[in-house]
Design a protein around this ligand. Structure first.
Ligand SMILES: [Fe+2]
Length: 244
């Protein structure tokens, strides 16, 4: 009998292969609040592969107070992890850059050392969750003067950026915007989800990324494949993940 009450199943994605590239994660062992050891690093990479990502650029925090990672430390850890991937025959493109915290130490570093970049000389930056970097325009300008292309990590997560003007100003400064996939599911709370919707609705989001720190994030990403907003976003918008 025809069932009037039968609901059409909600659309679900099989994986995130439509994005292909993930450009924000914390996979290097023991240097930030991501993977604590090599075994966890490998497990998280397997998780990302199972989620459909084929190119990973991991981005450990460089934050003077908590994670004073240097270029050398990051590159050494990256080589160590690459060796382990090779030994296991895990085939994927793997690279490392950084997620630079904007502060005075970063401003000084920018003057003295080459930064670790994503392809295309892109530099992933983040800010305090409490207040904007006081001289944001200046530092973004300085980055560009050095030939870098800044990408602001998760603009939706900063509580002091909530208006259309805020997001348009960031773009006008020359910042590409990277939204966290889990922001769309409400993982970081309703205000963050709603900010992410606003940025997407304005067509200002350039990249979607996992910002994966641990296995719980991977589990939530798996569930996100059937989240209505995630599905709708990936089916209706084009992001630059695969273009870098
Ligand atoms: Fe991050």
């Amino acid at each position: 009998m025809f069932n009037l009450f039968k609901k059409t199943p909600a659309p679900t994605l099989s994986d995130f292969s439509i994005l292909g590239t993930d450009l924000h994660s914390h996979l290097l062992p023991g240097i930030d609040d991501g993977a604590p050891d090599l075994e966890t690093s490998l497990n998280l990479i397997r998780d990302l592969q199972n989620l459909g990502f084929r190119r990973l650029f991991t981005t450990p925090h460089v934050m003077s107070d908590f994670y004073p990672n240097t270029r050398d430390v990051i590159l050494r850890k990256k080589d160590q992890l690459q060796e382990a991937l090779d030994e296991l025959g895990m085939e994927l493109e793997f690279g490392a850059a950084a997620e630079y915290y904007l502060d005075e130490t970063f401003a000084a570093l920018l003057k003295t050392e080459p930064l670790l970049t994503l392809p295309g000389n892109r530099v992933l930056v983040e800010m305090s969750f409490h207040q904007p970097y006081p001289d944001l325009h200046r530092i973004i300008f300085d980055l560009q003067m050095k030939g870098y292309h800044p990408i602001l990590a998760h603009p939706e997560r900063y509580p002091y950026f909530r208006s259309t003007d805020d997001y348009e100003n960031l773009k006008a400064m020359g910042c590409a915007l990277q939204i966290n996939l889990l922001s769309l599911t409400g993982y970081y709370g309703k205000p963050v989800q709603s900010a992410a919707k606003t940025i997407l609705g304005l067509g200002l989001a350039d990249f979607l990324a996992t910002d994966l720190h641990h296995a719980r994030h991977a589990e939530n990403l798996q569930q996100a494949l059937s989240h209505e907003l995630v599905v709708k976003t990936l089916q209706s918008s084009v992001f630059q993940n695969n273009l870098i």
